[in-house]
Write a protein of this length. Structure first.
Length: 481
């Protein structure tokens, strides 16, 4: 047994070391698994996000940046040819130059229209340069129409202004190229920053996934260790249960053998004392009769104690004989109570028995119920010095399908301290150890009989005021007679 105790202590110590608070331990694998799933979902979605970002960037380049670049390039090229054609028209007014000038104007207007269309999406800087260029082109066209007339008249005052506008227009074209170049660099930088963020997030998520995997692994190991510890504890508990059953059986056999061996000589001694009392052995003096009577009473007490020990042994081994028969509880309570009325009245106690008009019939063991009730009334008479004892039979219905008979024994005795109430139904516990008589197992046997009858015994007591013991018996049970 020492080895078993050491093993149990080892199991308890290991369980304590491995123990994790119940609520966090239950949530830990759920949180770790959720983290792994979230990481996997994010990692699975990252390539799709990157492809979507690249597709959006490609679309911006294809539908926005590239047309704007081409429009600026075409405008610069067409402007050079148009200027040459414009000078040719001003100097010679040949049809060839006029056709080139008209074609240049159309191409220039087309390129400018493309730039105006995309300007709102290319930012305020690009839009401002496009507006400036559009105003310069309008002024240049106005001057262009007057240059030819001035040249033919021999006066060219508009020529310097025309050249200045052309130079300003070419400068705006350069500004547009710079704006597009800056937008391209900004777009590339944003995409590079986004890609860097995605790489950092992927690394972080990988770390989280690894940590969650480690947590799951640790939890699995802990669960395995706890499972092994629980298996060892269960095996040890089974071993201890078997050992306890074996010890209980040994004690039961010992009590049976001891009780049997004790009752025979006690019965014989009681018989011889009865012969003395009857005068078979000759006449006795009054002092001798008193001594024989005291000895006979002591032997009877010893026999009753032996009977109680036998009853306790049967209760512990589950061998209490129960005979289920229809029983009139009111008649039974009245009969048992009347057996103790004389003792109560001799002690100067009021003795009150209250029974319902329509008492229930219960399927139970009449003799066992009488045994339990007799024990409760006997204790009440024994410990109550003045006042009264009240015995009542009530029917308590919790629900239609669950009703109980409550047989209560109320006294005005000293009451029972709260600390004592928790131990009163234990073996060999007595309310007043200084009192002689009894071994402190009557209530133990009574409660075990009540349990065998599918009932129970409850106690309600206030120190200094009295106690109420209640025997509860089911009314709706189905038992075989």
């Amino acid at each position: 047994m020492a080895g078993s105790a050491d093993e149990q202590n080892g199991c308890e110590a290991e369980t304590s070391r491995n123990a994790v608070p119940e609520q966090p331990r239950e949530l830990l694998p759920i949180v770790a698994l959720a983290a792994v799933l979230v990481v996997l979902l994010v990692l699975a979605a990252t390539p799709a996000l990157m492809l979507s970002r690249m597709a959006r960037m490609t679309a911006e380049v294809t539908t926005l940046m590239l047309p704007a670049y081409e429009a600026v390039r075409d405008f610069a090229y067409v402007t050079e040819r148009r200027l040459a054609a414009s000078r040719g028209v001003a100097l010679s007014d040949e049809p060839r130059y006029r056709r080139e000038l008209a074609a240049g104007r159309a191409a220039e207007d087309s390129a400018l229209a493309v730039m105006i269309y995309h300007a709102p999406r290319l930012g305020p800087r690009f839009a401002a340069h496009v507006d400036t260029l559009r105003m310069l082109v309008a002024r240049r066209d106005s001057l262009e129409r007057s240059i030819g007339v001035d040249l033919r008249a021999g006066d060219i005052p508009a020529m310097p202004a025309f050249d200045a506008i052309n130079a300003a227009a070419i400068h705006q074209v350069e500004q547009l190229r710079d704006a597009l170049s800056d937008l391209t660099d900004l777009m590339l930088a944003e995409n590079e920053e986004w890609a860097a963020q995605q790489r950092g997030a992927a690394v972080l998520l990988g770390i989280i996934a690894a940590a969650a995997a480690l947590v799951l692994g640790w939890f699995g190991l802990q669960q395995q260790r706890l499972r092994h510890t629980a298996q060892r504890a269960l095996a040890l508990a089974e071993q201890r249960r078997e050992e306890l059953e074996r010890l209980t059986e040994i004690r039961t056999r010992l009590m049976r053998g001891f009780s049997h061996d004790m009752k025979n000589p006690l019965g014989a001694a009681s018989g011889y004392l009865q012969l003395l009392t009857d005068g078979i052995m000759g006449a006795m003096t009054d002092e001798q009769r008193r001594s024989v009577s005291r000895a006979s009473g002591s032997i009877d007490s010893a026999i009753h104690l032996v009977d109680d020990l036998l009853e306790l042994a049967r209760a512990e081994s589950g061998n209490l004989a129960i005979h289920w028969v229809p029983t009139d509880l009111a008649a039974l309570v009245r009969d048992v109570a009347e057996e103790y009325r004389g003792q109560a009245e001799t002690r100067g106690l009021a003795f009150d028995v209250r029974l319902p008009e329509h008492a229930p019939r219960v399927m139970t063991d009449r003799r066992r119920v009488g045994q339990v009730l007799g024990n409760l009334i006997s204790n009440a008479v024994k410990y109550t010095r003045d006042g009264r004892i009240a015995i009542r039979l009530d029917v308590v219905e919790d629900t239609e399908a669950h009703a109980q008979a409550a047989i209560s024994v109320e006294d005005t005795g000293p009451g029972i301290p709260n600390a004592m109430q928790r131990r009163l139904f234990d073996e060999f516990v007595r309310l007043d150890p200084s009192e002689t008589g009894g071994a402190g197992i009557g209530l133990t046997i009574a409660r075990r009989i009540a349990h065998a009858l599918d009932g129970d015994i409850t106690l309600r007591s206030t120190e200094g005021e009295g106690s109420v013991f209640t025997l509860w018996l089911p009314l709706n049970g189905e038992k075989t007679v």
